[in-house]
Design a binder for this molecule. Structure first.
Ligand code: SD4
Length: 325
């Protein structure tokens, strides 16, 4: 090897060391060749896969997120979304949902009763009205005018849990580890970088009638911006609302934070502003996010949160890091 070859070789090696990302990053960057779908919790492979396959089949990313979120909405075994949802303290199932695309279009319904696919009503709000939010009776009226049917649903499991809860009628918020915290927030990006997200929940079990959480609030439970990335949330909605959690994460990513760092900073912001949550044994918030480069991350306050990732034809459930170990 002469000096010239040596210099060329070593400087290339230097560049390789400096510029090549680590293995984890490399695998995530490769995802840009494929749609990327992330959702809170593990709703089974079928949920993110439906979004992924919708995109692969040529569907729009907004169709993808809507179709995927419709699945848990009509699964009676899921006690925190749609028709299987646990009721409020008066025995009514009231639903919240939002949908957003990466260009800033969005729609949302909240405190909606008797309609089994709130995410599809939210999409209609987005596409057929000048508004973003419809609530309660008005949201139901809009749904009925747009072809949705009125149903009564309180699943046998929800009915049983409600009867048990009534024995004590403990008006404190139920603990988040009692199976009442599995909001679905699902965010997706196609191979052209178009993003969308959808979020749907029956909210916290035994809530005060009329209570609305973070999931239908744009910027709290969900935020999407094609120029940056997308984020979604699960857990105690009031805490997420107080810091505009998903918007905060997207803005932190805009400033150069990785999705993982941005999720962590948003959690830290909640605890910084509201330290009372540290001594609240029922407190849990989890976020997940991706950026336009296809990097993703997720984090929760306490252990136990997981999120699902579907990309390159593969499904993975990631156990999220937590602030409290
Ligand atoms: C809410 N974030 O209504 C929702 C509750 C939930 O997982 O189930 N989150 O506050």
């Amino acid at each position: 090897m002469n000096r010239r070859t040596f210099i060329k070789t070593t400087s290339l090696a230097g560049i390789a060391t400096t510029l090549l990302p680590d293995a984890h990053l490399t695998s995530q960057i490769a995802h840009r060749k494929s749609p990327l779908v992330i959702n809170t919790w593990d709703y089974k492979r079928i949920v993110p896969e439906t979004a992924y396959n919708t995109i692969v089949a040529g569907g729009s990313v907004i169709d993808a997120v809507e179709q995927a979120v419709r699945i848990p909405e009509t699964d009676p075994e899921i006690t925190s979304v749609g028709i299987g949802g646990y009721p409020d303290r008066d025995g009514n199932v009231t639903l919240d949902a939002s949908i957003m695309d990466g260009e800033g279009n969005c729609g949302s319904v909240m405190f909606l009763e008797h309609i089994s696919h709130p995410i599809s009503v939210a999409r209609k709000v987005m596409e057929k009205t000048e508004h973003v939010y419809l609530a309660g009776e008005g949201a139901m009226q809009f749904a009925l005018e747009n072809g949705f049917t009125k149903e009564d649903f309180l699943s046998p499991a929800a009915q049983k849990a409600y009867q048990e809860w009534l024995q004590q009628s403990n008006y404190k918020r139920a603990k988040t580890d009692e199976g009442n915290h599995d909001t679905i927030g699902l965010i997706a990006m196609d191979t052209n970088g178009n993003m969308a997200g959808a979020c749907s929940t029956s909210g916290l079990a035994w809530k005060i009638r009329g209570r609305v959480g973070d999931s239908p609030i744009i910027g709290a439970g969900l935020y999407v911006d094609n120029e940056v990335g997308a984020a979604t949330a699960t857990g105690i909605g009031e805490a997420v609302v107080k810091v505009c959690g998903s918007f905060l994460i997207v803005e932190l990513m805009r400033q150069g934070k990785s999705p993982q760092e941005a999720c962590q900073l948003a959690l830290e912001r909640i605890l910084h502003k509201q330290p009372k949550y540290k001594s609240d044994e029922g407190f849990l918030v989890g976020f997940c996010a991706f950026n336009k480069d296809g990097k993703y991350g997720g984090m929760s306050y306490k252990k136990g949160f997981e999120y699902s990732v579907y990309t390159d034809g593969k499904y993975e459930v990631v156990k999220a890091e937590s602030l409290v170990k």
